[in-house]
Design a protein around this ligand. Structure first.
Ligand SMILES: C[S@@+](CC[C@H](N)C(=O)[O-])C[C@H]1O[C@@H](n2cnc3c(N)ncnc32)[C@H](O)[C@@H]1O
Length: 237
């Protein structure tokens, strides 16, 4: 997962306004745990959000994909920043530090494919949060998926890249097979393929998983201007 995709992720995300993501998350932090000093980006990907928090927080990045972390590492080196970046599965997170703020953005949590995995994640979060610490993550819901894939396909045609998404169900999970054609030289396209499996959680499932792990949902923000309708959860001990 996120191997081939790592090579084209930033290109694919060029339409995402990460400054706005940073500003929205800052607003959520301000409303729930102002004054925090340490931030962990869980599922940091290519580091676009992480790098925007470096001035304000002492940051750490974690991702399951070494290929995504490689991109982040290069970016942070170019910025002259020395930030701990670790390759770990978030549901087995094990760091020797606790954090004031933990974030998982751009539906990273939808990559966990069972309620058991979600509970494992929350258990790890509980261990890694300071007393007043908060975990902020966004998920997409069934409406989002239905609107994105009304006929099982979504085609994103750009000047120098075409992305074809094929959506189907497997064991009640959402499977998304993505094919990228990226222009390397004029008229010459390279093909990349990757499959992602996502689970769409209900609010009740998230709430119950949090409570089972000794956490609680402090707030839910519904946000539609960043990248379709998303639900941002704030979870606390
Ligand atoms: C949609 S990307 C989001 C990346 C980044 N947060 C952003 O906003 O651009 C999801 C990221 O979560 C990572 N990921 C998926 N499952 C994970 C897991 N179990 N543990 C840690 N990272 C995971 C992927 O490797 C990928 O980098």
């Amino acid at each position: 997962m996120y191997q081939e995709f790592a090579k084209v992720y930033d290109k694919f995300m060029e339409l995402a306004d990460y400054d706005e993501w940073h500003d929205f998350v800052s607003y959520v932090i301000e409303g729930n745990n102002p004054g925090g000093k340490t931030l962990l980006d869980l599922g940091c990907g290519t580091g676009e959000v992480l790098k925007r928090f470096l001035e304000e927080y002492e940051c750490t990045g974690v991702d399951i994909s070494e290929d995504m972390l490689l991109v982040t590492r290069e970016k942070l080196n170019d910025l002259g920043k020395d930030v701990p970046l670790l390759c770990q599965d978030m549901k087995e997170l094990s760091l020797d530090k606790k954090y004031d703020i933990v974030i998982s953005l751009f539906d990273t949590v939808n990559h966990l494919v069972s309620i058991g995995d979600l509970e494992k994640l929350f258990e790890r979060i509980k261990i890694h949060l300071n007393t007043k610490g908060i975990y902020i993550f966004d998920v997409v819901d069934r409406n989002f998926m239905d609107e994105m894939f009304p006929d099982g396909f979504f085609i994103d045609q750009r000047e120098d890249m075409t992305v074809i998404w094929e959506h189907y169900f497997e064991d009640q999970l959402d499977c998304i097979e993505t094919t990228f054609f990226v222009e390397e030289k004029e008229g010459l396209y390279k093909k990349y393929r990757e499959k992602h499996i996502k689970k769409i959680y209900t609010h009740k499932e998230i709430q119950e998983a949090a409570e089972k792990s000794g956490l609680h949902v402090e707030n839910i923000y519904e946000e539609s201007s960043l990248a379709g309708e998303r639900f941002f959860y704030v979870i606390k001990k």
